[in-house]
Design a protein around this ligand. Sequence first.
Ligand code: HEC
Length: 94
Amino acid sequence: MISLLFILACGHEHPDVELPEGDAMLGEELYFTSCSGCHSTDGTGGSGPNLLNQTDDHIVDYVQNGSGDMPAFPELSAQDIADIIAHIRVLESE
Ligand code: HEC
């Protein structure tokens, strides 16, 4: 949590969020549990929009802060979010 806040606080100096290296295998599990209900298992969207081809910053922002009908996920660490993004990148390549 502290490291994620550090990343976000430094975001205006660096255009892209610097996340730890993600593990797509761990991310698949987290994505399935936390995201797929609204964004579908393939990431193309359901009640929530398509998640494919979004920037790291944008994904971190939504997961951290939520928006509209999407809740924030304060329990997900920077590592968890990096893992989820790694899984989304795999979905994009399928
Ligand atoms: C309860 C349903 C729900 C869940 C669970 C959920 N989302 Fe969302 N998500 C939404 C909705 C609805 C929006 C559109 C919100 C808006 O536009 O204000 C959204 C928007 C987004 C966006 C912005 C997409 C765009 O087109 O700009 C991202 C990125 C995102 N979600 C990622 C995630 C991730 C990653 C997870 C899992 C950690 C997740 N969401 C879990 C409902 C959900």
